[in-house]
Structures are given as C-alpha cells and as structure tokens.
Design a protein around this ligand. Structure first.
Ligand SMILES: CC(=O)NCC[C@H](N)C(=O)O
Length: 170
C-alpha cells in the first residue's frame, strides 16, 4: 500500500559524500548529460545551498542542481533535474524546486532559468508551472543550438526557459 508518510521522499541539502550516489542517479535516469563523479561531489559540497536531493530510505531518488548566475545574481540557473523512474509523476521535481526557492539563503532570487531539450515535456511543464503558480512570465528561446555540440554527437538543442519576476513565495 502507498503509505504517504513512509513513501514520501525526504528532501535535504546534499553533502560531498552524496556525490557518487547523485552520479549513479543521473546515469540511471539516462536522459541528462552525465558529468564527472568529481563534478557531482564538488556541486554537492560547494553549491549545496542551491542543490537538493530527495531520499527514500537512504537511497537518492531525486536531485536538482542550481547556482546563482555570477552575472545575474537574482537569477537561479537550474543545471540538472533528475528524478528516479520509481518517483515519476508525483511532483517531486516541483517539490525540489520549491524547496530550493523557499530557503532563507535564496530569498533574493527573482528569476529562475534552465535549459531543456525541445521534447522534454516534463521539465518544460515544471518551469511553466512555476510561472503560473507565481503569476510570472515564462520566456522560451533557442540557447545552445545543435551546432555548438560536436558533429554527430546527437545532442539536442538546449532551449532557455526564463521565469520571473517571482513576487510571492509559494
Ligand atoms: C533542467 C535540466 O535538467 N537541464 C538539463 C541540461 C543539460 N542537458 C544537462 O543534462 O546538464
């Protein structure tokens, strides 16, 4: 039976020691650009204020990495959103994004950005949904065209979603 209290993943800031499990999750999800294990250890450490992991009985089933753009400090750039197949369709990504935005240390954030592939409906819905929830605009534009990626790599174009200004907390 689905016990909401037992089965609901716990969200928290990551630590360096979570990096390998995050790498394994991103690898398992299979639709993201898999970065080095080192990069996930470093993100879970140095960028932990703007990263979140979701745990179910000590197994990482969700991960969202983000950082405040050095050139636009009021803008949170969401780098990756990974949800384990066992957690699909439960609004986990939305919950992770909300957790990030509601952190005291992220109060000054007015815009959220991310790049997504043209057919990544789930991610697109995550960000357009934030716009609707916070009565903010959601702009979509071509950002990294296929031509930026190596010939024959098969990488999709990355479209930029920019949501804001976020006025009220959700
Ligand atoms: C929001 C999100 O997951 N974007 C993915 C960007 C890129 N394809 C990557 O995987 O890092």
């Amino acid at each position: 039976a689905n016990h909401p209290t037992i089965d609901k993943p716990v969200l928290r800031k990551p630590s360096a020691s979570d990096g390998t499990q995050v790498w394994e999750l991103v690898k398992r999800v299979g639709t993201l650009d898999l970065n080095s294990v080192y990069s996930y250890i470093m993100l879970c450490d140095i960028f932990r204020d703007t990263c979140v992991i979701a745990l179910q009985q000590d197994v990482i089933v969700g991960y969202m990495s983000a950082y405040r753009r050095p050139d636009l400090p009021d803008t949170l750039f969401v780098w990756q959103a990974a949800v384990d197949s066992s957690q699909r369709g439960k609004g986990l990504a939305k919950e992770m994004l909300r957790e990030l935005l509601n952190r005291e240390e992220n109060n000054g954030i007015r815009f959220v950005e991310a790049t997504i592939g043209p057919d990544n409906i789930a991610s697109r819905r995550l960000f357009t949904g934030l716009g609707e929830e916070r009565s903010a605009h959601c702009q979509l534009s071509e950002y990294y065209p296929v031509s930026y990626f190596p010939e024959g790599s098969g990488h999709e174009p990355e479209l930029l979603l920019r949501v804001g200004p976020l006025t009220n907390k959700s």
